[in-house]
Design a binder for this molecule. Structure first.
Ligand code: UD1
Ligand code: MG
Length: 453
């Protein structure tokens, strides 16, 4: 049972917090200041759910991403301040039998940090190109996979775990641990594509993209805090939930992984260094993107935030917990599949329909220009039975003429009735927060029942 040993106070974390305040102020100030420059460069969009036609600056995610990456770059010496001071204060190098020994620099951790920055830069580039050129689906899907190669290489270099622990009821079939080997790497590279695209397709109403990113980032931070040595207070409530997590945090799903407690703390610190400034830039941006939006995030923000989550999930080894924070996105993705994979027509915009007279949003519809195939018909019928879509059928021959677009936003409108845009984004945020609460329950409550410590 890994016991967390007390570690000295963490000055780099304080520095990260300080840098995040700087990032927050910078995005709060720069986002509106640079807006007109974006409009001038033709980076603008029409708010589809408003009556006015004022051009709104688009791709402002580029400003957020720049502030975020600059903050992370400036922070590098602080992240390694411990090693730097050890280097500076090193006593005279000692002569050993093998030669001269000097204090080791944590090159491995530096590689983790730099490869993460590389992936974030590629995500920014891809997002921005998508904003400018509207890249096709099949072209943009593989790019995050390629962007994740540096992450996977570093994961491999540090002999990252590729085992999964089999839940108790299935142990008689597969044993305690299954080594997925290369499959685990495929899974991690798909994670980066999922994280980036799933935020991008749950979009189109003011504040939706950034609020998802913000809530996921805060959830990741709360999860990280559970692993820091001074957060014992957090464990008591977990214990009351009947969880075993309190005695072996991190060991439930990753059993068999050779970690020392110091390593575990370091990994979650790394995650905090990447998540704190992300929360900061997103909060600053959200102030301007809140209904009625003065700026749009563009695909850049979706890609960068998504990649940031993939990066910490992979590098700090909690990709499965991370996926649990994506429950609304997973629901939206699965629901969207018939449209994404061509079974049901997919219009350029699937955002809800705006009724200017009442200022309310209604589910938007996809029109069938030709009769649906048998498979499409079956899928739509099943979805309609589950009340996930609403079909308009021909009164006499029963043919499907229209189906509401298969998104979680339309699903909310079907379930709760028409509402205004601000209310809809609040519903989405509630769903995201509930998803995170459920995630914590599954991770630290249910996992204790399905897995032994
Ligand atoms: C994705 C969705 C698409 C949705 C769009 C909205 C899929 C497969 N694609 O496409 O259905 O319509 O996002 O972002 O699900 N906009 C607003 N209000 C907002 C944010 C955006 O009206 O709060 C509009 C603006 O006109 C903006 C445009 O959406 O210019 C941006 O769309 P874009 O990000 O290019 O769409 P995709 O990501 O390709
Ligand atoms: Mg988009």
């Amino acid at each position: 049972r890994p016991q967390l040993e007390p570690v000295p106070p963490i000055p780099a974390l304080h520095a990260s917090f300080g840098f995040s305040i700087f990032a927050f102020v910078a995005s709060l100030y720069l986002v509106p200041a640079l807006g007109p420059t974006f409009v001038k460069a033709n980076l603008k969009g029409k708010d589809l759910l408003k009556i006015y036609n004022t051009p709104i600056p688009e791709s402002i995610g580029l400003v957020c991403s720049s502030i975020y990456i600059i903050t992370l770059l400036l922070f590098i010496p602080f992240a390694f301040s411990d090693s730097l001071s050890k280097f500076a204060h090193a006593q005279h190098p000692q002569k050993t039998q093998e030669g001269i020994s000097v204090p080791e620099f944590p090159h491995q951790q530096l590689a983790v940090y730099l490869s993460s920055l590389l992936s974030l830069l590629i995500a920014t580039l891809l997002g921005f190109l998508d904003d400018v050129f509207d890249i096709r689906w099949r072209h943009k899907l593989p790019i995050p996979i390629i962007a994740s190669i540096p992450l996977l290489m570093v994961y491999y270099a540090e002999r990252g775990n590729t085992h999964v622990v089999v839940p108790l009821p299935f142990r008689f079939l597969a044993g305690t641990l299954v080594n997925l080997g290369p499959l685990y790497y495929i899974y991690m590279s798909l994670l980066s594509t999922f994280c980036t695209n799933s935020i991008n397709i749950l979009a189109g109403i003011n504040g939706s993209e950034v609020s998802q990113a913000l809530i996921i980032a805060i959830s990741v931070i709360l999860n990280d805090l559970l692993y820091l040595p001074w957060s014992f207070g957090f464990r008591v409530p977990l214990h009351l939930l009947g969880s075993k997590a309190e005695v072996d945090v991190g060991g439930v799903w990753h059993a068999g992984m050779a970690y020392g407690s110091k390593e575990l703390v370091e990994r979650h610190l790394f995650s905090l260094y990447f998540m704190l400034p992300l929360v900061a830039v997103c909060s600053g941006f959200m102030y301007h993107n809140w209904y009625p939006a003065r700026v749009f995030p563009g695909d850049t923000l979706c890609y960068v935030t998504g990649m940031a989550f993939a990066v910490v999930g992979i590098q700090a080894h909690f990709s499965k917990t991370l996926l649990l924070f994506f429950l609304p996105q997973i629901f939206n993705f699965i629901l969207s599949c018939p449209q994404l994979f061509g079974l049901v027509p997919c219009p350029r915009h699937r955002v809800p329909r705006f009724d200017p007279d009442t200022n309310l949003l209604h589910p938007s519809k996809a029109l069938f220009l030709k009769p649906p195939s048998r498979l499409s018909y079956l899928v739509l019928r099943v979805l309609a039975t589950l009340r996930l879509t609403d079909l308009t059928v021909h009164p006499t021959n029963g043919m499907i003429l229209e189906a509401t677009n298969l998104t979680i936003l339309n699903f909310f409108l079907l379930r709760f009735g028409p509402m205004n845009e601000k209310r809809l984004v609040q519903v989405l945020m509630c769903a995201q927060v509930s998803g995170s609460l459920l995630a914590f329950f599954i991770r630290y409550g249910l996992a204790g029942l399905l897995y032994d410590g």
